[in-house]
Ligand binder design. Sequence first.
Ligand SMILES: *Cc1c(COP(=O)(O)O)cnc(C)c1O
Length: 408
Amino acid sequence: MTLMSREAAALMGTYARQPVEFVAGEGAWLTAADGRTYLDFLSGLAVTSLGHAHPAVTAAVSAQVRRLVHTSNLFYTEPQVELAERLQETLGWSDGRVFFANSGAEANEGALKLARRHGKRQHPDKVGVVALEGSFHGRTLATLAATGNPAKHEPFEPLGGWVTHVGHDDPEALDAAVDDRTSAVIMEAVQGEGGVRVVPDAVWQAARSACDRTGALLIADEVQTGLGRLGAWYGWQQTRASGGRAEPIVPDVVTLAKALANGLPIGAVVARGDASKAFGPGDHATTFGGGPVVCRAAIAVLRTIADEGLVDRARALGAELTARLRALADVSPMVAGVRGRGLLQALLLDRPVAGAVTAAALAHGLVVNAVAPDAVRVAPPLIITDADLDELAARLGAALDDVLAEAS
Ligand SMILES: *Cc1c(COP(=O)(O)O)cnc(C)c1O
């Protein structure tokens, strides 16, 4: 029996998988079971930002696995505290506190519960949430409710009616949606799953002032955008307050997951000021969260990003990536544009063939993904070289040629 038919018989049908079995990886390259190598410009959905099998992560994990894997949060463990301290350094927050979870959805679930706890201290009905259309915040019932995608809601309704969605580029609608009963506004800097759409500064400005006006918390979902991917440690740091001032718009809460442990499961909620004290003992908990192994991995990730200057590198590579993707317009008439920021970008097509282009790219040994019917997401590791960008352009160009040839 093939692996595909065993999978179909043994696993729930939640994933439309590509027909490749990967068995190993190193840096920006993956190796399949048949020995073929693939250039990974997706990083397991913006997760393996340091590339596969990064030696610093491997060493940190192996050493910790030999020492101690799990104790539960009934006891103190040093890696969890060190990671929380380091995260606050990357945020530049001296009054921040962290809760560790196991995934992006769990991080957002924790942030939404934190906002509710914080809101209910002001008024018993201060439990509403305002989120953006096109957003993605996770698949638990609460984070699904916050996710601004009606097609994902429909099979699981009713979801409670406590979330209001407004357009991702409509500051007036956002301002109007936030009132005294709003506990939080949650948003991404760039909507990753929503098609790699940049949320404009005006929307961040409206969110900050609406939260200041009503006592709601501004939650930045940095699960996909955080930790250098956009060419800054965090996407919110690239936002700008109104009036041409140079300062960014600072959220009250930041959620993290994907790249934090370079592939091991971890999530984090970081809150500052009052919000950082909204949970007391028993308000929220997790058995696995903040375990020593994932925390050691995440410490190695943060250290490597800082030591190797990968944030600046992502910014420089991002400009180069935009140029390479734009140049594909000279190769293929289907290329309609490029959007995104840093190393989270999408190649826009003039027709809904992103799935076919992704499949053709795979056949040419390139891993990317169709993030919308007409958009191919490109999210390479932060360690790629110019030679990798040459390969991307060549392989994606060949894939575009194949799809165009099939269509005509
Ligand atoms: C991936 C993602 C999530 C969900 O993370 P999981 O680890 O899959 O639960 C939440 N928010 C954003 C912005 C994401 O990209």
